[in-house]
Design a protein around this ligand. Structure first.
Ligand SMILES: C[S@@+](CC[C@H](N)C(=O)[O-])C[C@H]1O[C@@H](n2cnc3c(N)ncnc32)[C@H](O)[C@@H]1O
Length: 263
């Protein structure tokens, strides 16, 4: 059976409601979202600041309906390609990129990143910069040998992916394979910036429950090495006490890593 033929119901296409998911990202109104944003945005900022990672093409894998992951990267990469598995997520992204009615209001998050970068009053320009940088929004399936087919792209200088592999991969082997698939999208020496939750078995989107693959540091280190990556940095944080009672997900911590394609 071809890898991409799935026997289980297509839960993301059927049940993942982008507008419900975006509720996590209402800054200062959702403790889980705030914890994720504070951690990831700090490390994206450190990774893409002047003197950090830069290049021509950056591909984001499993973007979902979110753009927070582009806010620092758009300063150091000329072109960003957003991707996701579901049509609804791609439509929701287009809505924001094209300033369509009903688009999510990312401005509190954009202002927060501008503050991290020491430029809070430039947030409207930052939004325009992201809109210019994101040139394409493509379908993606990390379980396929060629995750972006039928699209044909030049090898990327960088890949980012947040909170996607644990959602997309049903087994540890599928996750090892997905890392191998992602490697083919990068140029030799290019960087993968990967982040997610530790030990997560599920998360809720509205009233829909999504099972996830529990990841830990040992597994990530082994799987990345096996897929041909060299880890240059791995940051982690333990889940904060304030979010422990929130039963919309059971992650125990978060990680953010930068790995180089090792050839
Ligand atoms: C928890 S969301 C993360 C979204 C976003 N990256 C973020 O940081 O909030 C997981 C995403 O993985 C996507 N996904 C699920 N299966 C996938 C697959 N096989 N290939 C690529 N993405 C997939 C879902 O559509 C969803 O957008």
């Amino acid at each position: 059976m071809a890898l991409q033929e799935r026997q289980e119901p297509d839960v993301y296409q059927e049940n993942f409601e982008p507008t419900s998911y975006l509720e996590y990202y209402r800054m200062n109104q959702d403790p889980i979202g705030d914890e994720v944003l504070h951690f990831l945005l700090k490390h994206y900022n450190a990774t893409f600041k002047p003197g950090g990672l830069e290049g021509k093409l950056l591909i984001d894998i499993g973007s979902g309906p979110t753009i927070y992951q582009f806010l620092s990267a758009c300063e150091s990469f000329q072109e960003i390609i957003a991707t996701d598995y579901t049509d609804k997520n791609l439509q929701e992204l287009e809505k924001w990129l094209k300033k369509m009615p009903g688009a999510f209001d990312w401005s509190p998050v954009v202002k927060y990143v501008c503050e991290l970068e020491g430029n809070r009053d430039k947030w409207a320009e930052k939004e325009e910069r992201v809109r210019r940088a994101v040139t394409q929004v493509l379908k993606c399936d990390v379980l396929k040998e060629r995750p972006l087919e039928p699209a044909v792209l030049p090898p990327a200088d960088g890949l980012i992916s947040s909170l996607c592999l644990e959602a997309a991969c049903p087994t540890p082997q599928a996750c090892r394979d997905a890392l191998r698939h992602l490697r083919t999208l990068l140029r030799p020496g290019g960087h993968l910036v990967l982040s997610g939750g530790f030990e997560t078995t599920f998360f809720m989107v509205g009233d829909k429950r999504f099972s996830t693959l529990p990841l830990n540091e040992k597994f990530l280190r082994e799987a990345l090495q096996e897929a041909g990556f060299i880890i240059e940095k791995l940051e982690k944080v333990t889940r904060a006490a304030e979010t422990h009672l929130d039963n919309r997900s059971d992650y125990t911590g978060l990680f953010f890593l930068v790995a180089r394609r090792g050839d």
